[in-house]
Design a binder for this molecule. Structure first.
Ligand code: SF4
Length: 208
C-alpha cells in the first residue's frame, strides 16, 4: 500500500524536475491514505496545486528536517497519524490558497523560479527560515489578515506544524517563497541577510 513517504517522494521528485502533478496521479497515490471521498478530494486539490511546497513536505515529513530545533513532530513513522497530519496541512493550504487572491496576485500556473529575486538577491529561496513552529503574526500597518491567518502564522492551527503554511514552492524547481511576501508579518519582514547568515552561514550567495 502506498504510504505518505511514497506519495511525497514520488510527487516531490516530479516537481523537482519541473513537471506538474496531475489530479489523477494524486488521487491514485492518495486513495489508500484518505478513503473518504471528501477528504481525498481536498488532498488531491492541494497536491496538484503548482504552489504546494511538496519538496519541503518531503524534506520535513520524510527526511526529518527540523530547521528550528523547537520545531517538533513525530518522524520516521509512515502511519495513519502521519496521513492525518498531512491532510490537515493540505486542507489549511487549500483554504489559504482560496483566500489569497483577495490579498496577493498569484498566476494559476504557479510561479517560476526565475521570476523571483529573493529579497534583492541575497536570499537563495532555500525556505529553511520558514521551517518553524510559528511566529509572531503581527501584520504590517494597513493590512488585516483573515482571522485564521493569525492563528496559522502563529503555529496554532497545526500540531505539530511542519513549516509555515504560507511557504509555497516555485513551479519549476525545489525553491521556495513566501506567498504573502508583500504583506508578510513584521517579524518575517525584519528577518534579513544577517539573520540568515547567523542561522545558516553556508546558505545564500556570498556577500560582496
Ligand atoms: S509568513 Fe512568509 S516569511 Fe513568514 S514564516 Fe510564513 S512563509 Fe516564511
Amino acid at each position: 500500500m502506498a504510504g505518505v513517504f511514497h506519495l511525497l517522494e514520488r510527487l516531490a521528485r516530479q516537481r523537482d524536475q519541473g513537471r506538474a502533478v496531475t489530479a489523477d496521479q494524486a488521487a491514485r497515490l492518495g486513495a489508500a491514505l484518505w478513503p473518504r471521498a471528501a477528504e481525498l478530494d481536498q488532498a488531491v486539490a492541494a497536491l496538484a496545486d503548482p504552489c504546494l511546497a511538496l519538496g519541503m513536505l518531503r524534506r520535513v515529513l520524510v527526511e526529518g528536517f527540523r530547521g528550528n530545533p523547537g520545531n517538533r513532530r513525530p518522524r520516521d513513522r509512515d502511519d495513519p497519524r502521519l496521513a492525518r497530519d498531512l491532510l490537515d496541512f493540505l486542507r489549511l493550504f487549500g483554504r489559504i490558497r482560496r483566500d489569497l487572491p483577495a490579498y496577493v496576485d498569484l498566476p494559476p500556473e504557479g510561479v517560476a523560479a526565475a521570476s523571483l529575486h529573493g529579497d534583492g538577491d541575497w536570499c537563495d529561496l532555500c525556505g529553511q527560515c520558514c521551517v518553524l513552529g510559528g511566529t509572531v503574526p503581527t501584520s504590517p500597518a494597513g493590512v488585516d489578515y483573515p482571522a485564521y491567518w493569525y492563528h496559522a502564522i502563529a503555529g496554532q492551527s497545526l500540531y505539530p506544524q511542519p513549516f509555515c503554511p504560507f511557504l509555497f514552492q516555485t513551479n519549476d524547481a525545489p525553491l521556495f517563497f513566501c506567498s504573502i511576501h508583500a504583506i508578510k508579518p513584521l517579524a518575517c519582514a525584519r528577518f534579513d541577510r544577517a539573520d540568515c547568515r547567523r542561522g545558516a552561514p553556508f546558505r545564500g550567495p556570498a556577500e560582496h
